[in-house]
Structure formats: C-alpha cells, structure tokens
Design a protein around this ligand. Structure first.
Ligand SMILES: Cc1cc2nc3c(=O)[nH]c(=O)nc-3n(C[C@H](O)[C@H](O)[C@H](O)COP(=O)(O)O)c2cc1C
Length: 314
C-alpha cells in the first residue's frame, strides 16, 4: 500500500490540525513533527511537508529539516503546503521551497488562524514589529477553511492514486470482472444534500454496467435528485492478509419498462418477463454506468502487485 507521511510544525495548532485531517484523507498515513521524525519513515511513498508562515517565512524547524534531509527528499514524491494569513506570503514561500525540493506534486497556501491574545510574549512583539514594518493592522483573523483543506487532500489523493504501479489493463479488468461475477450483493450508496442512504441489494454486472432491480424506496428519492452513486462489493473480513473489496463510482439511470433493455435485464437476471409484468407492484431497474473501480485485493500482493488497483472505465 502506498503510504503517506506528513511532516509539519505548528506553534498554535492550526498546521497540526491540517496535518491530522490530511492524514485521515490520505491514509494509510502518519503525521509527525520534525522532532518526531525517525529514519525509518524515509520509506513512505509520498511525503507532504507543511509549515506555518511566521514573519514572512516558513518556520526554521521546517527549513532546517529540509536542508538536513535534502538528499533523500529529492528522490521522493513530495507535496507541500503552508498555513498563513496572507496567501501571497504563503505562495511566495511555496515557490521558494519548490526550487529547493525540485518539482513537487502539489503545493497550496491554506488559510491560518491568528488569535492575538494566544501569542506568547516573543511572538506578540515580533508580530507587532513585522506588521509595523510592512504596514498592516493586526487583528484576530480566522482564515481556516476545512473544505479547502479537504479539497487539497482529495486533489493529492488523486495524484497519489496515479502513482500506484499498475497491473496490465487486461489482467486488472479480468480480475475485476471475475470478482463482480462471483458475487451478487452490493451496498448501494446514494445521497442528496443532508440525506444519505446505504442499501444492500442484489446486482448483475455486464460489460461496465451494474443492474439493480427494486420495488422502490428511499434510495429513489436520492437517485432522482442526484444520479452520482457509490457501490461497495466485498468479502467478510478474515484477516489483514486476505482483504477483498471494491468501491465503485458510477452514474445511475432508470430503465423504462417499455425499453427493450428492460426485457434484456430481466432475462439477464433469469426472471420471466410475464411474471414481472403481472406482479401487483412495479419493478424498477436501476442501471449504473461504472466510471471507476478502486479494488483492494490481497491476491494482487501475492501476485507481486500493489494490493490496491484502480480501474478507470473509458
Ligand atoms: C509570530 C507570528 C507571525 C506571523 N506572520 C505571518 C506572516 O508574515 N504572514 C502570514 O501570512 N501569516 C503570518 N502569521 C499567521 C500564521 O501563519 C497563522 O497564525 C498560522 O495559522 C499559524 O500556524 P500554527 O497555528 O500552526 O502555528 C503569523 C503568526 C504569528 C504567530
């Protein structure tokens, strides 16, 4: 599994909070300060470095860490972020950092928090001097934005997923189809605004599509307003060396009773069309076009590949 290490410093807690949230989104991951860093962490696949901006610069603990570790850092996949009140300060520092580290995967200046009554005496004084020098008024400021942090994490996750050494297209497609065809029940997740719903439901897979037959229910309240869905197909947990589950991202649509495809799906499900049509209630077919499958399968590891593989449907 591709592991992410987030190295940060934080005097007043905002950068620490960001490092912690990023590690949750990017997991498997670990976040640590430069003093908590240990040599064995060098084998993490993606390194994210985060620093607050104090008096126009990244904190010396981070610049010293980079200087001392530049030899191995240069050969790593790296992303950087900083926490600041002025994005301009943040971006300037990130550009300087990138020059030292070489090309980084993603850099972002994230909003920080400044609470004047929480500053220690030294910071209070240096901030006062610094603000007088550059001529801005000191005020309590809260530019922290959780959504901005999560978006940075998700963008980075997409880039990270692209770094996974891939199996051949055909081999992966075959493994995916074999798994889907040898299971028959999924968890369908639908959502609209505050409403989320997970439904265990029988499925059929055919050539990049999932078909579900349903009498109706609350999932349709979501589907009619938001056709973006996620499905999970998985085996029960038996041990960390025996993981098997996939997360499917797709777009749902309904197949009308009058369409030929409705008859085809009923036949695919091994059901009799007359029986379905003579039922006292309507049976509805949901068709899901698969966009992406994230497949965690311990068997891949035994075959010499990364256990998590991602398949994008064209
Ligand atoms: C002494 C001091 C100096 C600061 N100087 C700057 C600055 O020059 N530019 C800026 O954008 N933010 C500045 N800030 C705001 C910090 O970047 C912001 O408070 C950040 O959230 C701090 O991160 P932390 O909570 O992880 O310590 C300063 C904050 C302090 C305490």
């Amino acid at each position: 599994m591709q592991k992410t290490l987030i190295i940060y410093e934080s005097k007043y807690g905002t950068t620490e909070k960001i490092a912690k949230y990023l590690s949750l989104v990017l997991g498997p991951a670990k976040y640590c300060t430069t003093t908590e860093f240990r040599a064995e962490f060098k084998d993490f696949d993606l390194i994210v470095i985060g620093s607050p901006i104090y008096s126009g610069k990244i904190t010396p603990k981070i610049s010293d860490f980079i200087e001392e570790n530049i030899n191995w850092l240069k050969n790593k996949k790296i992303a950087i972020f900083c926490t600041c009140i002025s994005r301009e300060d943040g971006n300037e520092n990130l550009i300087k950092l990138e020059k030292i580290l070489g090309d980084v995967l993603l850099k972002r200046a994230l909003g920080g928090i400044l609470k004047l009554n929480r500053l220690d005496g030294e910071d209070s004084q240096s901030l006062k001097e610094f603000s007088e020098k550059i001529g801005f008024n000191l005020n309590d400021t809260d530019n922290f934005n959780l959504e901005e942090v999560i978006n940075y994490g998700l963008e980075l996750k997409l880039i990270k997923d692209d770094l996974i050494p891939v199996m051949s297209f055909l081999q992966l497609k075959e493994a995916i189809e074999e798994f889907l065809n040898s299971h028959n029940t999924c968890t369908l997740s639908t959502s609209y605004k505050e409403r989320v719903r997970s439904t265990p439901i029988e499925y059929n897979y055919n050539n990049g599509y999932i078909y579900l037959l349903s009498e109706g229910g609350e999932k349709f309240a979501n589907l009619l307003l938001n056709n973006k869905v996620s499905l999970a197909v998985y085996e029960g947990y038996t041990g960390m060396n025996n993981l098997a589950g996939m997360q499917i991202t797709g777009i749902a649509s309904l197949i009308d009773k009058n369409e030929d495809e409705y008859k085809d799906v009923i036949a695919m499900k091994g059901l009799n069309l007359n029986f379905i049509n003579n039922m006292s209630v309507d049976m509805n077919i949901i068709k899901i076009k698969i966009l992406k499958i994230e497949f965690l399968y311990s068997k891949f590891k035994k075959m010499g590949y990364e256990p998590k593989q991602i398949f994008i449907y064209g």
